[in-house]
Design a protein around this ligand. Structure first.
Ligand code: HEC
Length: 169
């Protein structure tokens, strides 16, 4: 088979799959296209500039946590569908800011607070407790000055176990 005919065969296969699939199925498979009916609010609480928060995340956090927040065994645990559960239990709010990736980030307190609020909304808004108060810049400094080290992993496990046991407040 020549390169050209191989290409034609592949293209034909793609076209016939596309013809078999209703557009709605293709749209459902594309994660970046929410339907208007389920579109989330455009600005999460505590975020004045969504675009900036997203950029700051992309530049400072995404390398370990990945675009979809799922992380990897080699870099970071998954935030997707989990991260807001820390807010269900005492100590969880502080933990989220004291993890090394957050506490030692080069971002300013104001930018970091916005990234945190954006991140909670982007990756786990369904678990945000109803009494959630958005993070503020003023809250960052005292917590960032006490970054967790080796104890982070154990603390993470304990908090999540407690959260799963207690459920949302
Ligand atoms: C060098 C890799 C790395 C970078 C960069 C990084 N993180 Fe993390 N992050 C981790 C790891 C690993 C953990 C798990 C806790 C631990 O052991 O430090 C974590 C935990 C967290 C947690 C706690 C949730 C949980 O499931 O434990 C939050 C929130 C978080 N990161 C947000 C961020 C944000 C926001 C940024 C950017 C400002 C960032 N991280 C940058 C690796 C990273």
């Amino acid at each position: 088979m020549t390169a050209q005919s191989r290409c034609g065969a592949v293209l034909g296969a793609v076209l016939s799959v596309a013809a078999l699939c209703p557009t709605s199925a293709i749209r459902a498979a594309a994660p970046a296209a929410p339907s208007p009916a389920s579109a989330p609010p455009s600005a999460p609480a505590g975020v004045t500039n969504v675009q900036l928060a997203w950029q700051n995340w992309a530049l400072n956090c995404q390398g370990c946590h990945r675009l979809d927040g799922t992380g990897s065994d080699a870099t970071a645990p998954s935030l997707a569908g989990t991260v807001a559960k820390f807010l269900w239990v005492p100590g969880g709010r502080e933990y989220l800011i004291r993890v090394p990736g957050v506490a030692t980030s080069p971002l300013s307190d104001a930018d970091l607070a916005e990234v945190m609020n954006w991140m909670l909304w982007r990756y786990d808004r369904e678990h945000l407790p109803s009494n959630f108060r958005p993070f503020t810049a003023a809250e960052m400094g005292p917590l960032r000055s006490r970054p967790l080290r080796l104890e982070a992993a154990g603390m993470r496990r304990d908090l999540l176990t407690k959260a799963e046991a207690s459920g949302p407040p």
